[in-house]
Every structure is written in structure tokens, then in C-alpha cells.
Design a binder for this molecule. Structure first.
Ligand SMILES: [Zn+2]
Length: 494
């Protein structure tokens, strides 16, 4: 008699499945056994009394046999294989050719057609991204995905201390023509919280990458708001009127749900899920802790959260059970971006199809609404029909409050407006950012954002005086954490 080694992290549920599957082969807990350590986690999958063997070289679903000692077991093959036992943490440059050949082929194709700019690559990535998800059979880990982002999509990934898990940043890149500055293209980057575990970083990066793939057009659109308001302050109230609080709630719900669903495909990849489906109907009557598909999904989901022990098994089982029940009742899945991350991802893992149903239509609607605003703005601006309103889109801050925020190391991701007192009417905003050689946000020296080399750096007090004559307010562009990091990198090389 031989015994398979199961990793400690496999926990009770794996033990129970294993035990059940080998019972009829005469296994008993007594006696001396020779141990086979496969080095893979896992090597076999026990589902609905069939044994699946993970074997990358065999077509999915093919039948075969596995001999262990004197026993022969009927198995079917599937191609999901972990290589974690050989992997050492932080090997960022690990080659990508270890993927299954369909995935490697896709990445080779991307490599040969993509350019050096993430914004230019976007129209190529968008229609093909689902292929990456389709061919990912769990072999994409964090260091792979960040390498795909950096080396193929040309999307820089910056790991730094920050609030939250991650962030996608889209900012205009300016170029100087003979008489003016124009937006040449958009710079896209992704920030990932450096404090996260490697598995949580994969979740964070998959989420942010989805924002780039599915929402780049929106992010580019939003990055123009402050520029438009700078030129013509009336535009702010107009846009804020169209995009009210309810609209932003709907926007957030739709876009976050999209990203969580895509992230769930990095936890329970599409092909694995398909493998679980046929047995779904048969197993819901079996007591829950047995080999249910949801139990298996749960194991995969938990592996990502286990490291930090953030979620207890009872809690996870309850969510899994609710997922199962809601599928049985064919309810439309509920979702809120305000739930904790585990709940959001569990919801997407267990109710993926219900979650996905209306998403394309909802995103099309957002695109349509944003385009309509641009068309309306174009018409109104040309007929001077815009009126000053009271609705706000950007945050206002007093100089005193702003300076104390800077001193306390506040994180800024969006521009803020400093209204200058004593102005009767503001005819535009002057864009300022910290002086070129400042290592971080500083209240000392600010310089014009679009043409830093042609104007002096001055304190905010001085700028206020300077702009008083022109009746302009100040649009402040504090450095976001990624900018601060990149500046310090750049300056340290000088
Ligand atoms: Zn998000």
C-alpha cells in the first residue's frame, strides 16, 4: 500500500476527499506506508468519486490509469499544474515560456505586435484579453502577471506603501509645439501596495489590470476633466450635473464588479470552472463538506487569503453555501463594491455567470453617457451657452487645510482646487505642481504644471498674488505616490 503526500495547507477538506476516494481500494489508517511526495500541489483532484490527475501533456478529459504500488486507479487528465515547489519568491525575471503552449503563443504574438506605450497598446489588448483568461489554467502567478504588464503591455507596475490594494493611474503626457503645449498621449501606470502577500498582490494586480483593459477609455476621459475645468470653470458644474452622485454609485458598482469578476478568473480559471460544472447538478444533495464543486472553488479561493489568516473557514463555508443556494434559486446575484474584498471575490467566484449577465450593456451605457457629455459640451462651448453653476466635481481646499494635509503626508490621487479669496469671478485655474526637484509634495515651491521650465517656482502665497490680477484660481496637482516614487528614482540616478 502506498500513500500520497498531501500538503499541510490542503487542510481537512482535502483529507476528507482523499479518504473517501481511496476507501474502496482497501485503504486503512493502520500499518506502515511508503510515501510518494509528488512535489506538486496538488497532484490529484478528487471530485464526485472520480480521480483527476494533473498532467500538462495530456488532452483535457482523456482517460488513463495511475499505478501506485500494486494498485491501479482509473484517472482522467486535466492540465492544471502548480509549480510552486520550485519557485522562489521574488524571481521577477522568470521566463514566461513555462506556460502552456497556447498561452505562450498568445504572449509571443502580443510581444511581436505591441508598441512601447500602454495607451497605444490598449486597442490591441482590449479585444484579445479574454484569450489570456481562457488559456490561463492557473499558471499565471503574480511575478508572471507583472512581467506581462511591464514587458509586453508596457504598463509599469510600481510597488509602494499606500492605502488600499492598488490603483490605476492615467495622466496626460504633454509635448511642446512651437507656440503651445498639447497632450501627446496618456501615461498609464499601476500602483500595488507593497505590504501585501504575493497572492494578494496577484489579486490586486489582476483587479487593476482589468481597470486598464475594460475602463481605460473612462479613465482617459476623467483625466481630461481637470484640464477642461482649468480652461473654462463653467464646465465643472455642467459635468457634475450630468454625473451626479447616483451616476457615480452606478459607475463604481459596474466597474468594480467587472474587475472583481476578472480577478476571480485568476483564482478559479475558466477551464477549471468548466470542469466543475457537469458535476454541479449531481452533488448539491451531498452533505456540504464532501466533494462539492463549491467546496473545491472554496479551497482555491481560500488559498489566496490563507496567508494572512484573514478569513475563517466557517465564514468561508457560509459564503460558499449562500453561493450555492443562490445559484439553485436562480436569483440575480447581489454585489456591492463596499463589501470586504473576500466577500466580493467569493460572490464572483460562486456566481460568476449571474454577475456577468448585464455587465456589457452597463458598460456600453457608461460609454454612451460620457460621449454624450463631450458632444453636448462641444455644442454649448461653441455657442457660449454654458452658465456658472454651483455643482462641484473637484475637491476644494483652503490654503491652510492644504498645507496641513501636505505636512501630514496625505495621499493625493486627483487634483484639488484652491479658490482664491477676494475674487469676484474666477475665469480659469492656473495649474501648479511641486517644483521640479522636490522629492515629495511640499508647501514651499510650486511651479506651472504644463511648462515647468519657463516659469519660476514660487510659494503658494506668491502665486496667489501673481494671479490676483488675472482673476484666476489655482488648480493644484500634488504628486501622487507613484509620481513621488518615480521622482525619487530619477533624482537618485542624477
Ligand atoms: Zn477597482
Amino acid at each position: 500500500m502506498w500513500v500520497l503526500g498531501v500538503p499541510a495547507r490542503g487542510k481537512q477538506i482535502i483529507h476528507d476527499c482523499l479518504h473517501e476516494a481511496i476507501l474502496e481500494h482497501g485503504y486503512s489508517d493502520h500499518g506502515a506506508y511508503q510515501r510518494i511526495d509528488t512535489g506538486c500541489t496538488p497532484f490529484l483532484l478528487f471530485l464526485d468519486k472520480s480521480i483527476w490527475q494533473f498532467e500538462p501533456s495530456k488532452p483535457y478529459g482523456e482517460s488513463g490509469s495511475l499505478q501506485l504500488g500494486d494498485e491501479v486507479f482509473a484517472v482522467r487528465f486535466t492540465r492544471y499544474v502548480h509549480k510552486s515547489s520550485q519557485r522562489t519568491e521574488g524571481r521577477e525575471d522568470e521566463e514566461l515560456h513555462s506556460f502552456h503552449h497556447e498561452l505562450s503563443d498568445l504572449l509571443d504574438k502580443w510581444k511581436s505586435t505591441f508598441t512601447d506605450s500602454a495607451s497605444q497598446n490598449w486597442p490591441l489588448v482590449f479585444p484579445q484579453f479574454m484569450n489570456l483568461l481562457y488559456w490561463n489554467v492557473t499558471d499565471i502567478e503574480y511575478h508572471h502577471l507583472s512581467s506581462i504588464c511591464r514587458d509586453i503591455l508596457k504598463l509599469p507596475i510600481v510597488e509602494l506603501p499606500m492605502e488600499g490594494h492598488g490603483r490605476t493611474i492615467v495622466r496626460p503626457r504633454w509635448t511642446e509645439t512651437e507656440d503651445s503645449f498639447v497632450v501627446e498621449e496618456y501615461r498609464v501606470s499601476i500602483a500595488i501596495n507593497q505590504e501585501l502577500s504575493t497572492k494578494m498582490k496577484l489579486i490586486a494586480l489582476a483587479h487593476e489590470l482589468s481597470h486598464y483593459v475594460f475602463h481605460y477609455v473612462y479613465l482617459q476621459f476623467f483625466s481630461q476633466f481637470s484640464l477642461m475645468i482649468q480652461q473654462q470653470p463653467e464646465i465643472e458644474s455642467f459635468i457634475a450635473g450630468r454625473l451626479n452622485e447616483k451616476w457615480w454609485d452606478g459607475y463604481r458598482n459596474t466597474t468594480e464588479l467587472r474587475c472583481d469578476i476578472i480577478t476571480s478568473l485568476f483564482i478559479v480559471p475558466y477551464q477549471l470552472d468548466k470542469m466543475l460544472e457537469p458535476i454541479e447538478k449531481k452533488t448539491f444533495s451531498i452533505p456540504f463538506k464532501r466533494v462539492t464543486p463549491d467546496g473545491q472553488r472554496l479551497v482555491w479561493l481560500m488559498q489566496h487569503f490563507d496567508e494572512d489568516l484573514q478569513v475563517g473557514w466557517g465564514h468561508a463555508e457560509q459564503i460558499s453555501m449562500e453561493g450555492l443556494m443562490s445559484r439553485l434559486q436562480a436569483r440575480t446575484a447581489q454585489y456591492s463594491p463596499d463589501w470586504p474584498l473576500f466577500e466580493r471575490l467569493a460572490n464572483c467566484v460562486f456566481n460568476r455567470e449571474a454577475c456577468m449577465k448585464a455587465l456589457n450593456a452597463r458598460e456600453d451605457k457608461i460609454t454612451e453617457q460620457l460621449n454624450k457629455i463631450f458632444v453636448e459640451l462641444h455644442k454649448m462651448a461653441s455657442t457660449a451657452a454654458l452658465r456658472r453653476g454651483t455643482k462641484k466635481l473637484l475637491r476644494r481646499v483652503t490654503r491652510e487645510a492644504f498645507i496641513s494635509e501636505l505636512a501630514s503626508g496625505n495621499e493625493y490621487w486627483d487634483p484639488v482646487i484652491l479658490e482664491i479669496p477676494r475674487r469676484t469671478e474666477i475665469i480659469g485655474y492656473y495649474p501648479l505642481m511641486p517644483a521640479p526637484y522636490a522629492l515629495s509634495n511640499s508647501d514651499a515651491e510650486w511651479t506651472s504644471w504644463v511648462c515647468p521650465l519657463k516659469v519660476p517656482s514660487m510659494t503658494l502665497d506668491k502665486w496667489e498674488e501673481h494671479l490676483a490680477r488675472e482673476e484666476k484660481g489655482l488648480m493644484l496637482y500634488p504628486l501622487n505616490p507613484v509620481d513621488i516614487y518615480l521622482r525619487s528614482q530619477y533624482l537618485s540616478r542624477l
